[in-house]
Ligand binder design. Structure first.
Ligand code: HEC
Ligand code: HEC
Ligand code: HEC
Length: 165
């Protein structure tokens, strides 16, 4: 017997399923709604479209660094180490100084340094805005050290301002 598309359940054979037309109701309103939704959801991406954000360009040409003989023109540790670990090293220095009253740092080559942010790092890297800030602005980290630890640039500005008064 050809049931011709009819279907069967436990009550027996039934006629064709009713044909419900596949219709999208209010097509216009739905379409406009979907477009508005997509535009709103992706709007944060539109703002940056086509913009190229320049990479950081930390400058190493401070007077203190240029004064060093070429072969000793290094950081307290290797450049690669400093790039990856300077924030940890600073924390280590702070703990040594504040907890153990130890202001000596002996680096991996046996050379001794004063463990101090302002009196060592910032002596060589006295160009904070051209060095530290270059990278930090790029990755949006804001170390909160400068409320307590001075940096030369700020002091110079303050001196210039008070002289101008
Ligand atoms: C004696 C001077 C001197 C001192 C002190 C010093 N630096 Fe440096 N620093 C340099 C020099 C020179 C370089 C570049 C090294 C190279 O090119 O091999 C450098 C490189 C770096 C770099 C890597 C920069 C880059 O372009 O990748 C970081 C980060 C850095 N220093 C942070 C610090 C911090 C933080 C301190 C204190 C803990 C510090 N430095 C202390 C001279 C110094
Ligand atoms: C080569 C790029 C670069 C340079 C130059 C650089 N930093 Fe950083 N610094 C970073 C990055 C990237 C982070 C964030 C690391 C993270 O979040 O794990 C950071 C984090 C830090 C932090 C920890 C911040 C926090 O809130 O945890 C301190 C402190 C810091 N830097 C100090 C300095 C000082 C002082 C200098 C200049 C003497 C300097 N940095 C130069 C790239 C740099
Ligand atoms: C609330 C104030 C305050 C803030 C903020 C602060 N420090 Fe300090 N820090 C101190 C004091 C006070 C000392 C002890 C100074 C001393 O004995 O020479 C110190 C000592 C240190 C030392 C060792 C001594 C020296 O001369 O540098 C390091 C390194 C240091 N802090 C790093 C940091 C870093 C990195 C940050 C930011 C992530 C930071 N500190 C934020 C107050 C502060």
């Amino acid at each position: 017997m050809d049931h011709n598309g009819n279907y069967k359940n436990e009550f027996g054979w039934f006629a064709d399923k009713p044909k419900v037309p596949k219709k999208l109701f209010n097509f216009k309103a739905v379409f406009i709604g979907v477009v508005i939704f997509v535009v709103l959801v992706t709007s944060p991406l539109w703002k940056n479209l086509g913009q190229i954000i320049p990479g950081p360009d930390p400058q190493l040409n401070t007077a203190a660094i240029m004064k060093l003989p070429e072969k000793d023109r290094t950081c307290v540790e290797s450049k690669e180490y400093m790039r990856a670990n300077h924030m940890l090293l600073l924390g280590e220095w702070r703990d040594e100084v504040v907890r153990d009253a130890n202001r000596d740092y002996v680096n991996s080559k046996g050379k001794k340094y004063l463990a101090s942010l302002s009196n060592n790092c910032m002596e060589c890297h006295s160009n904070k805005s051209q060095f530290c800030d270059q990278c930090h602005n790029y990755v949006a980290v804001v170390p909160n050290c400068w409320g307590c630890h001075w940096e030369k640039e700020k002091e110079k500005k303050q001196v210039a301002q008070s002289e101008a008064k």
